[in-house]
Design a binder for this molecule. Structure first.
Ligand code: ADP
Length: 497
């Protein structure tokens, strides 16, 4: 629960912040664009409506009354009347008389104005306007508001040697004030409405989008939580279809390998426990024998014959040997398992080593009435391997062969050259190994028949297997119950130069 609270909302919060930012941005852009377009639209319409006001003034008014008096001065009375007439219709109108350089010659509004008006206006927008016959939306200088541009109507005249323009600001100061107020309130209402609607829709879309966007994430979070709580079988379904495919696939893989490793650890742990139990049992037996004989020797030392004493001492000696053998095997195996052993490879004669081992085990074989021999002893084969480790492996295999073969049987060690390798084969005519058990005999502490368990820790073949691994080779077993077994492995042959 805690995880879900801390994981997902962080992302949801971020998404919400992004959405709110987007909504505000959208709202502001909407207001700005709408405002700008509406303003321009209104002005364009007003300009179009008043397009030929200036032309009209020239044609209608200047026919009867000249704009200039005989002395060349401006006919102020005419402009006063004109302004009076015009303002009756449109209070926002301002009429200016310009010469052909754009200088303002006269305007009634200038006489009732406190501001510092412009002395001349730019002719560029005026000429453009005249050229487009009033059809284009063009802003020109506003003489009363030097910093602003305004809509206008303009027309050229040429009367009595005077050339110039009638320049009319269509929406003058007065109109601008009224329209600002009107427009302001209308526009405020429109903006609030627009923002409200935008917010409403955006919030709706936001909730849905966030829900969809975080759907897969929620699913993954839930699965991870369940896994963490102990449901090890849970996996993300159809990870390829997830938006965060990599995460989903990685989680499934990670979960698989965690479960796999847990299984491995469990089985290793079980084996280790089994090993400890068996080791302690195997160590206890010779120890108990030792203790018994030593106690007898101590208690009955005066009543025992020399022969009996000798016999008891021999038995204790044999048990001490057995104990040290077991301990050595354990030590050896744990070193090999901890990968502390690095093979030191060198060329040596496997034939000579085999001769030595046969000689070493001959006595043991004879005691068991077994025939132990080396096949084709004349051939001298050289191999490239760690002589100590190979000797250990062969020793374990020969020991087993002798151990598991009944009297009058036969144990043969044979060496055969096969291409660039020497095949080493230890064959016996013993009990054989049941087919079902064959795959497990190289595992630690596997003894095929626990009831008739012979002396040994079940580590002999596990040690052999580790030695084979260190030589990058494998050992195979061919065995038939009651017929015998063959253990076969290969080592690289060493060519004498
Ligand atoms: P152990 O100490 O019991 O001999 P090993 O690892 O050497 O342990 O052998 C594992 C098991 O494989 C033995 O307990 C035995 O059942 C079986 N085994 C090994 N070698 C032979 C063989 N030559 N003939 C029959 N069974 C064998």
């Amino acid at each position: 629960m805690k995880n879900e609270k801390t994981l997902t909302p962080k992302l949801v919060k971020k998404l919400w912040i992004a959405f709110i930012f987007l909504i505000v941005l959208m709202g502001a852009s909407y207001i700005f664009i709408t405002g700008y377009l509406t303003l321009n639209y209104n002005e364009a319409i007003t300009q179009r409506i008043n397009a030929n006001v200036a032309e009209h003034v020239i044609q209608e008014k200047f026919q009867n009354d000249a704009p200039f008096l005989e002395d060349g001065s401006v006919n102020k009375a005419l402009f006063g009347d004109l302004m009076h007439d015009m303002m009756a219709v449109n209070r926002g109108i301002e009429i200016y008389l310009l010469n052909n350089a754009g200088d303002i010659l006269y305007s009634v509004v200038l006489e009732h104005n406190d501001n510092e008006p412009m002395k001349s206006v730019s002719l560029e927008p005026i000429n453009k306007y005249i050229a487009s016959k009033g059809q284009e939306f063009i802003l020109g200088d506003d003489p009363l508001n030097p910093n602003e541009q305004n809509i206008f109507s303009a027309a050229p005249f040429s009367i009595d040697g005077h050339e110039g323009y009638i320049y009319i600001i269509v929406a003058g100061k007065q109109l601008a004030l009224i329209s600002d107020n009107l427009f302001g309130s209308y526009f405020t209402k429109l903006s609030i409405g627009a923002i409200f609607l935008t917010m409403l829709f955006s919030a709706l879309i936001g909730v849905l989008s966030i829900w969809f966007l975080t759907k897969n994430l929620r699913l993954i979070t839930q699965t991870v939580r369940k896994f963490q709580e102990g449901d090890l079988d849970i996996r993300i379904e159809n990870p390829e279809e997830s938006d965060i495919e990599v995460v989903a696939l990685s989680f499934n893989k990670m979960a698989d390998s965690i479960v796999e490793n847990m299984e491995k650890i469990k089985s290793v742990d079980n084996l280790r426990r089994e090993l400890i139990a068996n080791v302690s049992h195997d160590l206890r037996t010779p120890l108990a024998v030792l203790k018994g004989y030593i106690e007898t020797l101590q208690i009955k030392k005066d009543s025992l014959t020399e022969h009996q004493k000798d016999e008891y001492l021999q038995i204790t000696h044999a048990n001490i040997d057995k104990l040290s053998d077991l301990i050595n095997q354990l030590f050896e195996y744990s070193k090999l398992e901890a990968e502390q052993v690095t093979p030191i490879k060198e060329p040596f004669s496997i034939t000579e080593l085999s001769h030595d081992l046969i000689a070493k085990f001959r006595l043991l074989a004879e005691q068991k009435q077994l025939h132990l021999e080396l096949d084709n002893p004349e051939e001298n084969y050289m191999v490239y391997a760690d002589i100590g480790l190979v000797e250990r492996a062969l020793q374990n295999l020969i020991e087993n062969a002798i151990k598991y073969t009944e009297p009058h049987g036969k144990v043969t060690l044979s060496l055969v050259k096969m291409g660039k390798q020497i095949e080493i084969n230890i064959t016996d005519t013993g009990n054989g190994i049941p087919i079902n058990d064959q795959p497990f005999i190289f595992d630690r502490y596997k003894q095929v028949d626990k009831t008739t368990k012979k002396q040994g820790l079940g580590l002999g073949l596990a040690i052999v297997k580790k030695i084979m691994d260190l030589h990058d080779t494998t050992i195979v077993v061919l065995s038939k119950p009651y017929e015998g077994s063959s253990f076969i492995f290969k080592l690289p042959a060493y060519q004498l130069q």
